[in-house]
Structures are given as structure tokens and as C-alpha cells.
Ligand binder design. Structure first.
Ligand code: C2E
Ligand code: MG
Ligand code: MG
Length: 514
């Protein structure tokens, strides 16, 4: 013990607990009386008590902080596994649950179903009513899905308007179908968001364990693929996964790869199909239609590759080539003395929406020397209606250049009649699906007749597409449709053949034009 120090037992509860005989030295002032010593002792004791209290408080605070940290950790864990908008499990948790469900199903030899759900027309709702309404709708959909399932099943949101359901212990496909029918009825009941009544459909793809895969990734991927097929075949329906779907997906991927070298290897060719005067039978114009001579698969039609080219973006380069080649060919025919009105070129949405589209058209016309009024660009209603003010600007600029505009497949998209009046459009092409029905379907008759009148009254050229029979031709003629295009009037053919058919008609007395 130091000199002038007194040994004092410490009454700290904690220390006493651990070291019942804990002692501490306190300084002793020289020549202190016993009273002084008592006072000193008391002062030290109260300091010790205070220190003790601080210690207890700190310990409590530390305990509370640990709880807070744990809570924050839990929250972060929850956030990492849940979707913030709907609070449903996200794709990470779905995968974990699928892995668990799979191991159970394998042990019990039971079946599982994975449902990939994509809302139809959600983007339209989101764009027209705003994101806040879109979010509310997604939350409502999430709730209805939760109401539809059993507690052993999982509903997850994959992002956007995509949800995945994991159904455990299902009996067979039939039982899944029954569930899906019930769920669709729940989802299809109108939604009331911000005072608006909304109707939402959905496309669903379904994969089953063990038939369609035995790991989470394959099952979810195959359900996604089946959903894509459901969407393609007209929305608002469900498809069970079939192995051929995978084959088609692989084919798509291969074609997408092949498309990249197709331009470089000059594998594309343009066919020309006549647009003829229905009264006289003479060829007025030609539509340029692309074909692909695939080195391994032979001649491919646009339906086989244009959608893939649109999705991958390759359509921009392909479309540029089509425009250049068709304008070059048309100018050759005109210089040769062929009296053709226009070459019509199909333009896809991606091309039309590009900033450099106008400049490209200008460059092509300058490069080929084709007078602008001999070029007609075919656009669908959907492309035109995408962004009306932007469309208006582009169309006006094209019109100012002298280029003509046609609305392709008229009647199949949705267009606003007021825009139809405002847009500088020159030609309406009546879709072939209506023409196909004009001889025996009253609805089609009325529709075709109405479009002919509408076009005429707006001062447009009207061309009926897909004329395949004499009877259709007669109907169109008697309803004062002046022009048509179709197998009955002329098949799409390569440039050389098209020229021959032009010459043949001229020789046989049918004037090349009116
Ligand atoms: P579209 O622009 O509506 O072209 C008319 C389609 O109808 C052509 O199909 C043509 O061959 C076909 N057709 C012609 N007459 C008849 C007939 O009497 N009956 C029937 N059932 N069909 C007839 P094709 O050549 O297979 O082209 C299909 C679509 O692919 C075109 O439809 C067009 O949207 C697109 N397309 C074609 N070439 C191009 C292109 O160079 N660029 C872009 N972006 N799309 C193209
Ligand atoms: Mg067309
Ligand atoms: Mg068409």
C-alpha cells in the first residue's frame, strides 16, 4: 500500500459480484482527523457509486445499441430479400424458397409448379395515369395474388409488372389449371385506382417439377419462356412450358447471331410486289419486301427474322440498306422509262424513332438521285401513335421534303381519327385480314367500305392489301377502291422478274400506267 493511502472496500455491485473483496486505495491527507477521514471516505464512496451507476447505464445503453444494430441488420436482411413496393419476396428469396421446396419435393416425390405472370398493357396504364397510379395497381395485384395462394406457397415480384408464384405440393397440371382460372378471375376483376376503373389482364407461363426441370433456375426460366409464348399468342392466357419452346428460343438466338453477318455477306434481297389500278389492271407502284437467303436454312420470310431484328436493334442497319437499295432500284427503273408512281418501303418503329432518320432519308435520296415524290414510307398506326407530337414533326419534315407517307395494315392498330386528319398522310393500306373477309363477312364488308370512304374523303390514296380472288377484286372495284395489292394481282418477285412483268403488261396492251 502507498504511503498516506487508506484501503477501502468497494461497494460496486458489479465488482462485488465478481470480486467480493475488491478493494481500492484512496489518498489520505497528512495529519487528517478521524472526522476528516470519514468525510473523505464518504466523498470517495459517492464518487464510486456515481461511477457504478455510469457503468450500469453504459452497459444498458450498449445492450440497447446491440438490439438496434440487430434490428437494423434484420431490416437490411428483409430489404435484400423483399421488394420495397409490394413487400413481397424478391427474386433472391424466391430462388432460396424454390431450392428449399425442391429438396422437399424430391424427398416426398411430390410436384411443384412455377407460374411466371406478366400483366398485359401495364405500360399503357403507367404511361397514361402516371407512376403513382401504376405503383398502386401493382400493390393491389400483389395483394390479390397473396389472397389467391395457400400459406405454403410463395408470391414474389421479379420487378416491373412481373410476378412469380411458387406452388408447392400440386397434384397435376389439371389442378394447376383450376388454380390459375380462379386466380385470373381474381386478377381480372376491375381495379379502382384514384377514382378510375381499370381492367388488367395477364399472360402466364407455367413450368412443373419434375417434368420441366429440376433446379430453380431452369424452372423459373422455362416458366418465363412459356409466358413469352402466351403473350405472343394473344395475351390474357396461360401456357404450360413445352420442350419445343426451348428449341425455338435457341433458334431465335442463332438467327440473331446470323443476322449480324447477313448484311456483310449480302444475304438479303428485296422482292417487289405490284400495286395495281383495280379498274385497268396496270401496275402503278411497287412495295419493297425483304427476303433473307440464309446459307443453311434457305429463303426466310420477314416474319421469321424482322421481329428478331427489331428486338436486337439490327433492323436499323437492315432498314437503311433496304431504303438505299429500293431507292436505287426505283431510280434505275425510272431512268429506263418505266412509269411507276412510288416505291413503298416498310419502316419499323425503331428506325422511325431515331434522331438521324430524317437525315438518312435525305442522304439516300441525294445519293440515288430518286425524286422524293417517288418514295413512299409505310408506317403502321402503332408506330405513328407512339409519340404523336414527335411523329407530327417527323412526318411534317418528310412531307416538306416531298416524301409520301402510307399507313400500313390500316385497321389493325389503334389510331385516333383526329390525328389521322392532322398527320400529313397520303395513303391508307387496308389490312389484308379485312380484305380476306369481304366476300362473306358482313362486318368486314362494312369496315372495308368505311375505310375506302374515309380515305377518299380525307383525300388519300387507298390501297387494298392481300387481294387473292376475283370476288374480292370485284367487291373492291364496285366499292370504288382504286388500287390493290395481292397474290391475285401479282406475287412479290425479284427486281429482274418485276421488270419483266412490267414490260409484259406494256407489250400485251395493258398500259404500264393510267
Ligand atoms: P406488309 O408491309 O403488310 O406487307 C404485305 C405482306 O403481305 C407481304 O408479306 C406480302 O408478301 C404479303 N402478301 C401480299 N399479297 C398477299 C395476298 O394476297 N395474301 C396474303 N395472305 N399475303 C399477301 P411479307 O413479304 O412476308 O412481309 C410481311 C411483313 O414484314 C410486311 O407486311 C412488313 O410489315 C414486314 N416487312 C417486309 N419487308 C420489310 C422491310 O424491309 N423492313 C421492315 N421493317 N419490315 C418489312
Ligand atoms: Mg407494308
Ligand atoms: Mg401491310
Amino acid at each position: 500500500m502507498k504511503k498516506n493511502h487508506l484501503l477501502v472496500a468497494i461497494r460496486s455491485s458489479k465488482q462485488l459480484h465478481r470480486h467480493p473483496t475488491a478493494q481500492r486505495e484512496v489518498p489520505l491527507v497528512d495529519s487528517a482527523s478521524p472526522i476528516d477521514i470519514r468525510l473523505i471516505l464518504e466523498a470517495h464512496m459517492s464518487k464510486l457509486q456515481q461511477a457504478n451507476e455510469h457503468l450500469v447505464i453504459s452497459a444498458l445503453q450498449a445492450q440497447m445499441m446491440t438490439k438496434e444494430i440487430q434490428k437494423a441488420k434484420d431490416r437490411m436482411g428483409h430489404m435484400a430479400h423483399h421488394d420495397s413496393l409490394t413487400n413481397l419476396p424478391n427474386r433472391i428469396l424466391l430462388k432460396e424458397r424454390t431450392v428449399q421446396a425442391l429438396s422437399l419435393a424430391k424427398r416426398h416425390h411430390s410436384k411443384l409448379a412455377v407460374l411466371f405472370i406478366d400483366l398485359d398493357r401495364f405500360k399503357t396504364i403507367n404511361d397514361s395515369l402516371g407512376h403513382a397510379a401504376g405503383d398502386k395497381l401493382l400493390q393491389e395485384v400483389a395483394q390479390r395474388l397473396l389472397d389467391a395462394i395457400r400459406s405454403t406457397d410463395t408470391v414474389s415480384r421479379q420487378g416491373g409488372d412481373e410476378f412469380v408464384l411458387l406452388l408447392s405440393e400440386v397434384i397435376d397440371e389439371h389442378a394447376v389449371s383450376t388454380f390459375v382460372d380462379k386466380m385470373c378471375r381474381m386478377l381480372n376483376t376491375p381495379y379502382f385506382i384514384n377514382g378510375q376503373e381499370l381492367h388488367v389482364g395477364c399472360s402466364i407461363g407455367i413450368s412443373m417439377f419434375p417434368e420441366d426441370g429440376d433446379d430453380a433456375e431452369t424452372l423459373i426460366g422455362n416458366a418465363d419462356l412459356a409466358m413469352y409464348h402466351a403473350k405472343k399468342s394473344g395475351r390474357d392466357r396461360y401456357h404450360f412450358f413445352k420442350p419445343e419452346m426451348n428449341a425455338r428460343a435457341v433458334e431465335r438466338q442463332t438467327l440473331e447471331g446470323d443476322l449480324h453477318r447477313a448484311l456483310k455477306n449480302a444475304e438479303f434481297e428485296i422482292y417487289y410486289q405490284a400495286q395495281s389500278g383495280l379498274a385497268s389492271g396496270h401496275i402503278n407502284s411497287a412495295e419493297a419486301l425483304i427476303r433473307w437467303h440464309h446459307p443453311a436454312r434457305g429463303l426466310l420470310m420477314p416474319a421469321m427474322f424482322v421481329p428478331i431484328a427489331e428486338e436486337s436493334g439490327a433492323i436499323v442497319r437492315i432498314g437503311r440498306w433496304v431504303l438505299l437499295e429500293s431507292c436505287r432500284q426505283m431510280q434505275v427503273w425510272l431512268v429506263d422509262g418505266m412509269l411507276l408512281d412510288v416505291v413503298a418501303v416498310n419502316i419499323s418503329a425503331l428506325e422511325f424513332g431515331r434522331n438521324d432518320f430524317l437525315q438518312h432519308v435525305r442522304d439516300v435520296l441525294r445519293h440515288t438521285g430518286l425524286p422524293p415524290h417517288h418514295l413512299e414510307l409505310e408506317l403502321t398506326e402503332t408506330v405513328l401513335m407512339k409519340d404523336a407530337s414527335e411523329t407530327m414533326r417527323t412526318l411534317s419534315a418528310l412531307h416538306a421534303m416531298g416524301v409520301r407517307i402510307a399507313i400500313d395494315d390500316f385497321g389493325t392498330g389503334y389510331s385516333s381519327l383526329s390525328y389521322l386528319k392532322q398527320f400529313p398522310v397520303d395513303t391508307l393500306k387496308i389490312d389484308k385480314s379485312f380484305v380476306a373477309g369481304i366476300t362473306d363477312n358482313d362486318g368486314d364488308k362494312i369496315l372495308v367500305d368505311a375505310v375506302i370512304c374515309l380515305g377518299k374523303n380525307l383525300g388519300h390514296r387507298v390501297v387494298a392489301e392481300g387481294v387473292e380472288t376475283q370476288a374480292q377484286l370485284e367487291f373492291l372495284r364496285s366499292h370504288a377502291c382504286l388500287e390493290g395489292q395481292g397474290y391475285f394481282l401479282g406475287l412479290p418477285m425479284v427486281a429482274e422478274q418485276f421488270l419483266q412483268s412490267l414490260k409484259l403488261r406494256a407489250e400485251s396492251g395493258v398500259p404500264v400506267r393510267a
